[in-house]
Design a protein. Structure first.
Length: 166
C-alpha cells in the first residue's frame, strides 16, 4: 500500500507529493577500514556493521586473517544466503582455530524473505569449527536463552543482503 507524504514549500504555496511503495526497505552493511590500528597490543582493522537503525563498531584482528580475507568471507556468506542457504555467519573476530578459545560472528538466519542476525560467540571447545565451511559451525537459530530471556537479534529483508552484495 503506497504511503503519501505531503511537503509544503514555505517560499511557495505549492505542495509536493511523494509516493513511496516500499517504506520498509531494510539497510544492511558491514565494512572494515583499509588501515590497521593497534588494539590490545595486536593489529586490527576497525569495522562497522549496520542493520537498519542499529550500528556497532568492532575490531577485527589481523593476526590470522587479512582485511581482504574478512571481506571475501562476508561476500561469500551473503551470497550463500542469496543462493538458498538458511544459515551462515560473518566472521568478525578470526584467530587461528587451532590456538583460539573462541571466535566472534554475526550469525545470519534466512526465514522466507527475511534474514535474522545475531551476535554470536563460538566457543571452540563446544563446536566443531570448519573454516572452509563456517555455516556448518553455526547452530540453529534460537530466539530464547537457556534462562528464558529473548536473544537480541536484528532483521533485514533478503533484498538488503542482495543490495549489499551488489
Amino acid at each position: 500500500m503506497p504511503v503519501i507524504q505531503k511537503f509544503s514549500n514555505p517560499l511557495q504555496n505549492d505542495k509536493i507529493e511523494i509516493s513511496t511503495k516500499n517504506i520498509n526497505m531494510s539497510i544492511f552493511s558491514i565494512s572494515l577500514s583499509d588501515d590497521a590500528v593497534i588494539h590490545y597490543d595486536e593489529p586490527c582493522a576497525l569495522g562497522t556493521i549496520k542493520i537498519d537503525n542499529f550500528q556497532e563498531d568492532f575490531h577485527a584482528p589481523l593476526t590470522y586473517w587479512s582485511i581482504d580475507d574478512y571481506r571475501k568471507q562476508w561476500r561469500e556468506a551473503c551470497q550463500d544466503l542469496l543462493n538458498g542457504c538458511e544459515k551462515t555467519a560473518l566472521m568478525v573476530t578470526m584467530y587461528d582455530p587451532e590456538h583460539a578459545n573462541f571466535l566472534m560472528t554475526w550469525s545470519m538466519y534466512k526465514v522466507e524473505n527475511m534474514v535474522h542476525i545475531q551476535n554470536t560467540i563460538l566457543f571452540l571447545d563446544q563446536v566443531s569449527f570448519d573454516e572452509a565451511n563456517i555455516a556448518k559451525s553455526i547452530s540453529d537459530r534460537e530466539i530464547m536463552s537457556e534462562d528464558g530471556d529473548r536473544i537480541s537479534e536484528w532483521s533485514v529483508s533478503i533484498d538488503a543482503i542482495e543490495k549489499f552484495v551488489g
